[in-house]
Design a protein around this ligand. Structure first.
Ligand code: NAD
Length: 542
């Protein structure tokens, strides 16, 4: 009982290769087959109990939308209220439990995800969110593991930040959990975000109501099972899939709502913030609002750049996971001199990208998440095809007969403010604006002013003065800024993630800064020799 524990030194989880002949490939193939041949019944989990409402939706494969993987029960207002009660009921014991016991649960989650549950998490992410093995591995396995191993270490660092003390006194800081419950609202595109949004506040002693995306329920349910398997007490995290607007209405009108940990589109985040504002007098305390939202992420290329490096950054940055990353490159500014060298190989490489079912490992590209997304992306492509201001250089084919497939697409815009240079499309589409070599400075102004977002961005240049000047000029244009690298693929502990402007509150997932948002410090001063006379020495003479 008496000791100051040190958490294990965190290291990023190595990414397995899934190369032919590797044991992980065989395990994953077997798990894919098993998951594809059953239909899971996904309950709500409230206070540790499975709850079935009978109001269900089908959970399908985006690349084969007729194939049902699971049926998920949806919460109504009563279940949401029960989940809030369960979170509040678990709060006292969990928030006052020793911190090392709390983080031990999440270190165990990490080890289960690294070992016996790795294939299950990855296979569910592949089948239900349409990711290839590498994309599933870096998300569902590696990032969950990293969030919790590094999180444990960050928790230790926060708790060890203590004030100084003068003679006769001892000052201490206590990092309390927030008073009330956290509402965790996760997006479809990263299983690890689903784990992190309720999990990280829980490490710091909070309890939560977790509303997962309806488009990622299979993997997210397995994450919930992992929390339970690792020994998380009932009620600390409550899994409540349901109609987003109606679940939210109940949650945000509760006086014990203490904070929101959100990742998703900017539009929804703004509506959540407005509702919180409207209810502000209802709450016991001012809620913490943490949201990471959309992006219109750029690649800005200087004439001194290496064209081959730009080509790979565009292909990987724009098309991996079908461009459904908040960090995906979706607008590029290329000088005429580089374009002359880049155009043909870029088009050729993009046209050669393999696309299809996730179970065929030769495919790099899979389907987009659902019909709504397919229709939205297709709408932009159709409009570009019909426009005089844009030209589709490669791709543009859309086919939803079996799955929601959209070929990786490159649009060339005549105007740097063409709509696909400005809007977040969230699909495998990048728009390129080719500029005269002498206009680099104007391009930097365009990069900075074209969209409402400021999430990620990359510059490519060889000239060191250009790199320094552009880095300074674009200091507010991206929360994650890359030099001669693609703007995707941030790693926990290495590139803390988040953006400013319309892209979010920039509380940096995967860093100590995020954990700080889930505690409320109490300063305690103890006086060992309290004064017994109110008079001060200066009063001893007139
Ligand atoms: P989304 O906005 O459709 O959904 C996000 C979450 O909000 C889901 O849980 C959804 O059910 C919920 N939601 C939807 N409508 C709601 C409403 N009216 N009230 C309350 N909740 C509601 O986003 P998505 O399609 O799941 O994810 C893609 C978006 O997420 C993109 O905009 C992407 O840029 C963003 N994203 C950002 C980051 C980041 O770190 N900045 C990471 C991943 C995704």
């Amino acid at each position: 009982m008496n000791g100051i524990p040190a958490t294990p030194a965190p290291l990023n989880e190595p990414i397995l290769s899934y190369a032919p002949g590797s044991p992980e490939r065989e395990q994953l193939k077997a798990e894919l087959e098993a998951q594809a041949s059953r239909v899971v019944d996904i309950p709500l989990v409230i206070g540790g109990e499975e709850v079935r409402t009978g109001n269900t939706i089908d959970v399908v494969m985006p690349h084969d939308h007729g194939h049902v993987l699971a049926r998920a029960h949806l919460a109504g207002p009563d279940e949401v209220r029960r989940a809030i009660d369960a979170a509040n009921g678990a709060h006292r014991e969990w928030s006052t439990m020793r911190w090392d016991d709390r983080v031990a649960v999440f270190l165990r989650v990490a080890d289960l995800a690294a070992g016996p549950r790795r294939a299950r998490l990855n296979a569910a992410t592949m089948l239900n969110q349409s990711k290839n093995p590498f994309q599933a591995e870096i998300d569902a396995a590696c990032e969950i593991i990293d969030f919790f191993r590094f999180g444990a270490h960050f928790a230790e660092r926060i708790y060890s930040i203590q004030p100084r003390s003068d003679k006769d006194t001892w000052n201490r800081a206590e990092y309390r959990a927030l008073e009330g419950f956290i509402y965790a609202v996760s997006p479809f595109n990263f299983t690890a975000i689903g784990a992190n949004l309720p999990g990280t506040p829980a490490m710091m002693g909070n309890t939560s109501v977790w509303k997962p995306s309806l488009a990622a329920l299979l993997s997210n349910y397995y994450v919930m099972q992992l929390f339970d398997e690792a020994g998380l007490p009932p009620g600390v995290i409550n899994f409540v899939p349901g109609d987003p607007a109606s679940v939210t209405e109940v949650v945000l009108s509760d006086p014990t709502f203490a904070g929101i940990h959100y990742t998703g589109s900017t539009r929804v985040f703004r509506s959540l913030w407005k509702s919180i504002g409207q209810n502000i007098e209802t709450y016991r305390a001012y809620p913490r609002i943490v949201g990471e939202t959309g992006g219109k992420d750029f690649i800005a290329v200087h004439p001194s750049a290496d064209a081959a490096a730009v080509k790979t950054a565009i292909v990987r940055g724009a098309f991996e996971y079908q461009g459904q990353k908040c960090s995906a490159a979706s607008r590029a500014y290329i000088p005429e001199s580089i374009w002359a060298e880049l155009e043909a190989p870029l088009i050729e490489e993009t046209a050669s990208l393999t696309m299809g079912d996730v179970r065929d490992f030769t495919n790099l590209v899979n389907a987009v998440i659902h019909r709504e997304s397919f229709d939205k992306i297709k709408g932009y492509i159709d409009a570009a095809r019909a426009s005089d201001d844009a030209e589709i250089l490669v791709g543009g084919e859309c086919d939803d007969s079996v799955g929601y497939f959209i070929r990786p697409t490159i649009i060339r815009a005549k105007s740097p403010r063409y709509v696909t240079m400005c809007d977040e499309i969230f699909g495998p589409v990048i728009t390129i604006y080719v500029y005269p070599d002498g206009e680099w400075e104007d391009v930097l102004d365009l990069v900075d002013s074209t969209s409402e977002y400021a999430l990620t961005g990359a510059i490519f240049a060889k000239d060191r003065r250009v790199i320094r000047a552009a880095t300074d000029r674009l200091d507010q244009a991206a929360g994650n800024f890359y030099i001669n690298d693609k703007p995707t693929g941030a790693v926990v502990g290495q590139q803390p993630f988040g953006g400013g402007r319309g892209s979010g509150t920039n509380d940096k997932a995967g860093s100590m800064f995020n954990l700080l948002r889930w505690v409320s410090a109490r300063s305690i001063k103890e006086n060992f020799v309290p004064p017994t006379d109110y008079r001060y020495p200066f009063m001893d003479a007139p």
